[in-house]
Ligand binder design. Sequence first.
Ligand SMILES: *Cc1c(COP(=O)(O)O)cnc(C)c1O
Length: 339
Amino acid sequence: MINLEWSKLPFGYRKTDYNIRCYFRDGKWGELEVSSSEYLNLHISATALHYGQEAFEGMKAYRGKDGKIRLFRWEENFKRMERSAHGVYMQPVPKEIFKEAIDKAVLLNEQYVPPHGTGAALYIRPLLIGSGAEIGVKPANEYLFAVFVTPVGPYFKEGFNPVKIAVVRDSDRAAPLGTGDIKVGGNYASSLRGVIKAKEAGYGSPMYLDSKEKKYIDEIGAANFFAIKDNTYITPKSSSILPSITNMSIMQLAEDMGIKVERRQIDIEELETFDEVGACGTAAIISPIGEIYDIDKDKRYTFCKDGKPGPISKKIYNKLVAIQYGDEPDPHGWVSFVK
Ligand SMILES: *Cc1c(COP(=O)(O)O)cnc(C)c1O
């Protein structure tokens, strides 16, 4: 294993040894190719570059105490990528190719899978792009599926601490019947104005409201939103949010703990009534939120008044992370091994 300061690694790109590629050409998927180049050789007129035919996934490989490498609910990432492919008219990747490419990318870069106990993990980025040349607006006839990996440190270097969020109202991430519910690059491009606006105001991430009425909570940056009130876990139901696998897992764990789960519209004014609020996704798993500032209305909602995350958020976070690293039993069969 190479020697890195695992627990200090940022959530950023670091070169590893190999990545995997597979092309769809002439109506069929080819063989997996192993590459040690960090670059793709792409046609200048590829649809991914001009018309946004692109989808990706984000997942992590975790090393357990036993040294074994674990994946968390990879089939859900596969299904979501299939939905994303359909959503922007790309050729979906067959399940076997998806899994084989991930296993290969992880195993060939095994020396970058962080040791257990460092809080670090190997981030896995599968990506599917239209690689065929077109000028008219239509789907490509060639696709590239690629997988690369990069080691990432624990999201919170100083421990599990509350973050600050700013509500942005002058740009939308996604439309009600647009592509907000699939994981495509275009959503990220249109979220950047909000991200920068929040950062410039001194906040970590933006909160997006539903784009039609600007009344209901949609998402926090690239993470789902949740709230806790009266032993109930509440998370938005909306056609423009990305179904987070972390959130799906938290809902199950909450139920297991005897916490009621509600998926419904959440009016932003309801923020005043919540005991705990947070964001969830693969990168941080859970980010407890300490403050939400509605910039345009100059209104502030505060949580975690003692500066510490709420007890339920903390309990769920600890449980989920323990399952992912193999420190606690996996009652729902979410964990599988890389082989
Ligand atoms: C990827 C993503 C999430 C988090 O999903 P996970 O499956 O939990 O990683 C949430 N929101 C958006 C917009 C995303 O792209």
